[in-house]
Design a protein around this ligand. Structure first.
Ligand SMILES: C=C(O[C@H]1C=CC=C(C(=O)O)[C@@H]1O)C(=O)O
Length: 413
């Protein structure tokens, strides 16, 4: 199936909280073949979203820095894509990874070899425990390490917020896990993707290869830009609680001022950044609660009609980084992140996805993710800090977020 003939379902909007709890959206499962997400093969990018899995191979790799004028850089890339489509008569896409810091190089592929296959999403899909036997040589049930350092940087961020230097910052920490030594990286990636998809069939499950042999993989709960025929959806999340299992009732976020403020910062940023790109913008007045396999989140499903010529790529890089991964004000939060976090984020909390020559496509955040390289997995997880945040609670939240990839590694919940 070529990208130009992608059925609208591929770009269906992000699931509502109801869909995530199990009410099927239109077409859910109706075209499923059980293909799953098993064939990583040599694809540079595998990206499963809703009922479709994209596998992109070959083509040309480009490494633009979106830098000072992300929208202009996106338009330049889109112009090249349009020329290629005209020249070859094919249906090229641009796809890959865009880093958290837009002045660092992206890793994108421009290719005609992009195949979308139906993915099995059961009609009653809801996040469930990852199945499968534990990986033979998986590290002993990797307990999430205690990180006094993380509590300390959260406390420092809270002091900076109290002193009026910023309003919100998302701080992340990492966890290293030895990869099982009885399977190669391709086999491990295949198993992990299968388990991530089984644990949360509505997450955007991805694996993106790096030129040095590493692979970023994960199960993103958060779409930044989903575009089909100029219909645009973004579904920011902020304000979270760990979720123990699928029988747990949704928590009441009502009346918790901290969560409401943490979430409102993201929605305001998106409204402001999106306004020049859209003709109609609908922002629900209040967020709803949605579930992933491990977390409860406050989410707001924002819809709009893009102005002619605005692509999914342009919309995504214009919004990025939202305060769901950076903070408010953006520059002060980015500075605090680079000063306080102990490792560069790389592609963690960046964007993963694709856009075709018509501007349709989908970009999601690289969250609930890990870098698999040199026999190690480096898991990343962050939490939004605002006035009133508690270092111990944010520490627990990041521990729960590690659980998505850890659960896939262990093959159990
Ligand atoms: C930064 C992460 O989550 C973001 C997305 C959803 C909820 C978040 C929160 O409540 O802090 C974060 O903004 C992460 O998973 O590493």
């Amino acid at each position: 199936m070529s990208p130009s003939s992608i059925p609208p379902l591929l770009s269906r909007t992000t699931p509502t909280a109801d869909e995530r709890r199990g009410t099927p959206g239109p077409g859910h499962g109706s075209e499923a073949t059980g293909d799953g997400t098993t064939d990583v093969g040599p694809a540079q990018l595998q990206f499963s979203s809703g009922p479709w899995t994209l596998r992109a191979r070959g083509g040309r790799t480009i490494t633009p820095a979106f830098g000072a004028d992300p929208a202009e850089t996106a338009r330049t890339i889109m112009a090249g894509l349009a020329r290629q489509a005209e020249r070859t008569g094919g249906s090229p896409i641009v796809c890959g990874l865009i880093p958290f810091e837009l002045d660092r190089p992206a890793l994108l592929h421009v290719t005609d070899d992009a195949v979308f296959t139906p993915r099995s999403v059961p009609p009653d899909a809801e996040p469930s425990a990852a199945g499968g036997a534990p990986l033979a040589a998986a590290p002993a049930p990797a307990a999430v390490p205690d990180s006094p350092r993380y509590r300390d940087i959260v406390a420092r961020a809270i002091r900076a917020i109290d002193a009026g230097r910023l309003d919100k910052v998302v701080l992340a920490r990492t966890m290293d896990v030895a990869a099982p030594d009885d399977m190669d990286a391709d086999e491990l990636t295949r198993v992990l993707l299968e388990r991530l998809a089984a644990a949360d069939p509505l997450a955007d499950v991805f694996a993106a290869r790096l030129p040095d042999g590493g692979t970023w993989l994960g199960a993103s709960p958060e779409v930044v830009a989903d575009v089909h025929d100029r219909s645009f959806v973004t579904h920011p999340l902020a304000g979270s609680r760990p979720r123990s299992d699928s029988s747990e009732p949704a928590p009441a976020f009502d009346g918790v001022d901290k969560d409401a403020r943490e979430h409102a910062h993201v929605v305001e940023h998106i409204r402001d950044a999106l306004s020049p790109l859209v003709e109609a913008l609908e922002v629900p007045p209040t967020p709803t609660v949605m579930a992933t396999d491990r977390m409860w989140h406050l989410g707001t499903r924002i819809t709009a009609r893009l102005r002619p010529g605005v692509s999914a790529l342009e919309a995504a890089v214009t919004l990025h980084p939202t305060p769901a991964v950076c903070g408010v004000p953006t520059a002060a939060a980015a500075e605090a992140i680079s000063r306080l976090e102990d490792r560069p984020r790389g592609f963690y909390s960046g964007l993963v996805g694709w856009t075709d020559a018509d501007g349709n496509g989908r970009w999601s955040l690289v969250l609930r993710a890990a870098l698999l390289a040199d026999g190690h997995l480096t898991l990343h997880a962050g939490a939004g800090i605002v006035a009133g945040s508690d270092p111990a609670e944010e520490h627990a939240e990041t521990a729960a977020k590690f659980g998505t990839v850890l659960g896939a590694l262990k093959g159990t919940r």
